[in-house]
Ligand binder design. Sequence first.
Ligand code: ADP
Length: 398
Amino acid sequence: MSIKGMNATDRAAQGFRARLRAAWQALTGRVARDVAARASRESPAVPAIIDAVIGGIPAPAIVIDRDGKVLAFNVPAAEIAPALRPGEPALITLRMPEVVDAIRRVAATGERQRVEYYQRVPLERWFEVFVGPVSMPSGEARSARDMLVMTFHDLTPLRRVEEMRADFVANASHELRTPLAALSGFIETLQGPAKDDAAARERFLAIMRSQATRMARLIDDLLSLSRIELNAHLRPSTPVELAPIVRQVVDGLQMLARERAVEIRVEAPAEPLTVLGDRDELVRALENLVENALKYGASGKRVDVTLSRGAARDGADEARIAVRDYGPGIAREHLPRLTERFYRVDVAGSRAQGGTGLGLALVKHVLNRHGGRLAIESAAGAGATFTVHLPLRPAAAV
Ligand code: ADP
């Protein structure tokens, strides 16, 4: 039918239908665009490859889009930022102000940023965080273009080592500075006020001598520790029989035992117990334990040194040397820290005994190097038992 042939009613009806069609098209088009936009806002399409790559990174890693919404993250990232949700704004869910600032800087400058982030809870951890822009080649899915990738590197072990080293240097210098200050003080006194006082000179010289001995012992212990640590990865391979070592150590400390009015009793089996070891180091370790028992447990009047054979945790044969004293013992809370360098239950008491606070650290390192361990049992008022566990020389090596 031609337009010419239509009456007015027909023309009106056709115009209405055309307007309706146009309106419908416009409407449906907008609806489709809205749905797409909302979908990309709520849960942006993330190419599976991004998810897979992020999932394969062992350290925390997070990908966000240019608008700051989370696109993808891996399990380690969820552990340090439990509020993360795909599609949600990273700036809110991350809860790491330093990192959020870095994201803003990357968005503003387009340049990669590095920040350090310190997490207090649930665990104290330090992270180095890199936030970098990533541009996908054009033609890829729109939502995958222009992303920011955040990777976290755990600096905690490094920090701990740094802290330990700083503490160690501070402790060692402090330990050396105290006797050094005493020496300087006495030298000044002897040069000045006590110049012509023979009695004072004798007294001061005796103190100076003991302070110098303390410094020498400290340096000696520090050097031994560092030497043992240097060789920590080398297992000693010389067969060493333990009974003669026990006897040598006890004989060498009889003088000290007499001074302290302590009796040392030794028990050893008839069979030889042989380990692969460094004789000097083992002597040094055992000396430390027996000397401690004599120094700190003297009030018990008796120290038992017992050599025996036993079964290690893994069932293998081991040698045990238990050094038991009947002195005041050690309160439970101190036991786990006794082998730390410079750790002392009673600092003044240890210094008065000429202690350096390094003895048990040395014992622990020697035993570690020998594949053994030190066990400490004690309770306040009940004496103390320090037991050396050492793997016996394997039968094949006999
Ligand atoms: P120190 O040079 O002070 O003796 P150690 O590392 O050998 O250093 O010992 C650390 C601390 O452990 C000592 O200062 C002391 O407080 C405590 N200790 C060690 N052995 C005993 C023991 N047998 N009885 C009680 N306390 C002990």
